[in-house]
Design a protein around this ligand. Structure first.
Ligand code: FAD
Length: 359
């Protein structure tokens, strides 16, 4: 059997595309391994995602006490002074701090209930034979006429059939912290720049704290064994952690967070969505929203069998990347305190100089 369309990848982009295609009457085969049980960082969902979830008939997935509204985000960026970005002045409403696993699970369940056929495997190899895709999962070879690549930064199809560009080497060390204290912590998100990079801390609805350190993976200062010591050297964040008795336990994990994109985001018989098409610096808090947007746009173009609309999607991705690179440079150039820091010096330089193709 040759399926009309396959979706690869079980993150937000894959689940949203599988759901949208099924809603449009095209039952996709959705190849996505089960990652339940593993913690995935990235929980600040912009309120701009709510209309997209509404389009997917799924805004209610946010109505759960496992998520919380992020009414207050403070940042010390460009100076030691903490500036509050209060949700009242954010016209689209407050962002949401997600239980990421619960959010992805609910979206996945909706995609399956709407008719997507899920195959719980990874794709090991892809080939095109006689004009259709052969997707090898190890167990079986699935054939499809068209493929949605939603495999995140791995971009298993798009990297093979297009060029991936990379603007920086940003990487993240992250850990979850708990507190034995009975006192309820103030639910805040803190961002704090320092000489080696920047920190992000957020209180989840279950009161655990996620603490991320961002720097460039090739810099000597990006050393996991220094994570706890450096976290204790922060100002606002370390004060908060001490006040509420948060403990460090175990080593931080690492995950790539570079800015990278595919050009073009479509090819013959495939389209890239989510991080597979363009992956952003987490400072933008935009990755999940873009994953939802791109899934809807590409799925609607596929359902309508409208090539012009699919091309318009690819053009919008390319334009979005250019706008994003300008905005990124503007935000980073506001931090000028550490003239001798390689991390910050790199971000004062014209972004175009960093653009390079990945291996
Ligand atoms: C540390 C960190 C913090 C972040 N913070 C935020 C934030 O606060 N707000 C925000 O909006 N965004 C944030 N992001 C970005 C956000 O997480 C991503 O933009 C989003 O996950 C993209 O979704 P996706 O479905 O495209 O990719 P992913 O979530 O990466 O999902 C891709 C899926 O494809 C699967 N896959 C890979 N290879 C294969 C294969 N061969 N076969 C089948 N499946 C495969 C993977 O296992 C994965 O399940 C953050 C990212 C990181 C790393």
């Amino acid at each position: 059997m040759i399926y009309p369309v396959a979706v690869l990848g079980g993150g937000i982009a894959g689940a949203a595309a599988a759901l949208r295609l099924a809603q449009g009457g095209v039952r996709p085969v959705w190849i996505a391994a089960d990652r339940r049980g593993s913690f995935k960082p990235g929980e600040h969902l912009s309120a701009a995602a709510i209309p997209l979830l509404t389009t997917l008939g799924s805004a209610s997935v946010l109505r759960s006490e496992v998520h919380r509204h992020a009414h207050s985000t403070y940042s010390a960026w460009g100076s030691d002074i903490l500036i509050e970005r209060n949700a009242i002045v954010q016209l689209e409403g407050p962002p949401i701090v997600l239980d990421r696993a619960a959010f992805e699970d609910t979206l996945s369940a909706r995609a399956i209930a709407s008719g997507a056929k899920r195959i719980v495997r990874d794709v090991m190899d892809v080939r095109i034979t006689d004009g259709h895709w052969q997707l090898d999962t190890g167990d079986e070879c699935i054939e499809a006429g068209f493929v949605f690549d939603a495999t995140g930064r791995k971009a298993v199809i798009a990297s093979k059939f297009s060029t991936r560009f990379q603007a920086d080497k940003l990487c993240c060390q992250y850990a979850l912290l708990t507190s034995p204290n009975e006192q309820e912590p103030r639910p805040v998100t803190l961002i704090e720049a320092e000489e080696r990079g920047w920190w992000y801390m957020s209180v989840l609805a279950d009161q655990r704290v996620i603490l991320n350190f961002y720097s460039d993976t090739d810099l000597p200062s990006f050393d996991s064994s220094e994570y706890e010591k450096n976290a204790r050297g922060t100002k606002a964040i370390s004060t908060y952690l001490m006040d509420y008795g948060y403990d460090f336990c175990g080593h931080p994990r690492r995950i790539t967070t570079n800015s990278s994109w595919i050009a073009p985001a479509i090819g013959a018989g495939w389209v890239a969505i989510g991080d597979a098409s363009a992956a952003f610096d987490p400072l933008s808090s935009h990755g999940m929203t873009t994953a939802l947007w791109s899934a809807i746009e590409a799925a609607d173009a596929f359902v309508a069998q409208d090539l012009q609309r699919m091309q318009a999607y690819a053009d919008a991705v390319a334009k979005g990347v250019q706008d994003y690179l300008i905005a990124k440079r503007t935000v980073y150039s506001r931090e000028t305190r550490w003239k001798n820091s390689q991390f910050w010096a790199r971000r004062q330089t014209n972004v175009a100089k960093f653009a390079e193709t990945s291996a």
